[in-house]
Design a protein around this ligand. Structure first.
Ligand code: GUN
Length: 291
């Protein structure tokens, strides 16, 4: 009985991702049957960050499962900004490439902002280019950052009403926290963003009807911090010394208090990847408009 009840609390990102991927796969097949080309994602990885290798591997598996082609550029740690920019320029012009991602973080001597800006805004399937972020903030989104886009789709699939919701985001990164704030605002939510200088974090989290946590600290948010029946979105993927993977929220505590919660793994992660492939398909159609 306990397990059955728990299941109903889970926001099952893995299941929704599987559905979205299967629909993407149908779309790609249909395109190919009409003589159009399959989308192709270029993935650039620099150096040997262990976590990045795992994420990139997962992205490649997702491409294969959905019929999206991929090309991997696995560059050495000592790659210069110049070399990276030259590769991006080439891929921007290459008509067989629909989308480009540069896996982050980059080695510290590479200027990440310069690299992101160099990717054609229409091939920017991570949605990190200033053009795409500008469009999101003006409520005319084009390519949207994958994690926030995936989370919004997960919330909508569970018919969670965002209008007027008191939403709190913990973590203000360019990749998750900031675009998440804009996505929630665009959906009529009242948004508070907490970060390392926030003074009354626990107080603010206690107010949250919807809580999004993206801080990269294992089990940082405790069950006792939560408002009863909060909806909890855990973006964290942390590996403990014993090898197990946990989120930024203490799941076993939080699941007792929350109305809904995303598991880790199997919550936000798979949705991020589905959103990446959706963006790649959109980028392919943008490419065709210009050919
Ligand atoms: N590193 C952590 N998250 C992401 C992401 O969404 N995209 C890329 N390219 N790198 C990341």
């Amino acid at each position: 009985v306990e397990k059955w009840f728990m299941k109903h609390k889970l926001l099952d990102g893995k299941a929704l991702s599987n559905e979205l991927m299967s629909s993407l796969s149908d779309t790609v097949k249909l395109r190919v049957s009409l003589g159009k080309s399959a989308p192709c994602l270029a993935i650039i990885m620099v150096g040997n960050v262990e976590a990045s290798r795992v994420y990139v591997k997962n992205k490649i598996v997702a491409c294969k499962n959905s019929g999206v082609h991929n090309v991997l550029y696995d560059l050495p740690e000592q790659t210069s900004t110049k070399e990276l920019l030259n590769l991006i320029k080439e891929l921007n012009f290459n008509e067989s490439i629909s989308g480009i991602i540069v896996q982050l973080p980059l080695p510290k001597w590479i200027d990440t902002d310069l690299v992101i800006k160099a990717i054609s805004a229409y091939k920017d399937v991570d949605g990190f280019h200033p053009y795409n972020l500008g469009r999101l903030i003006q409520r005319i989104p084009l390519l949207r950052p994958c994690t926030p886009y995936g989370i919004i789709q997960l919330l909508k699939a569970y018919k969670i009403n965002l209008k007027g919701k008191n939403s709190v985001i913990v973590g203000a990164s360019n990749i998750v926290g900031r675009p998440m704030a804009i996505e929630l605002l665009n959906n009529g939510s009242t948004v508070t963003v907490c970060h390392r200088f926030t003074q009354n974090l626990k107080e603010l989290v206690k107010q949250a009807e919807l809580l999004v946590v993206a801080v990269g600290k294992p089990q940082f948010v405790k069950g006792s911090w939560l408002k009863k029946d909060a909806i909890v979105i855990d973006v964290g993927i942390n590996r403990l010394e014993n090898g197990s993977i946990v989120g930024d929220v203490d799941f076993s505590e939080a699941v007792e208090i929350a109305q809904y919660i995303t598991p880790v793994p199997g919550g936000v992660g798979p949705m991020t990847i589905a959103a990446l492939l959706q963006n790649t398909l959109l980028a392919q159609s943008l490419l065709e408009e210009t050919l």
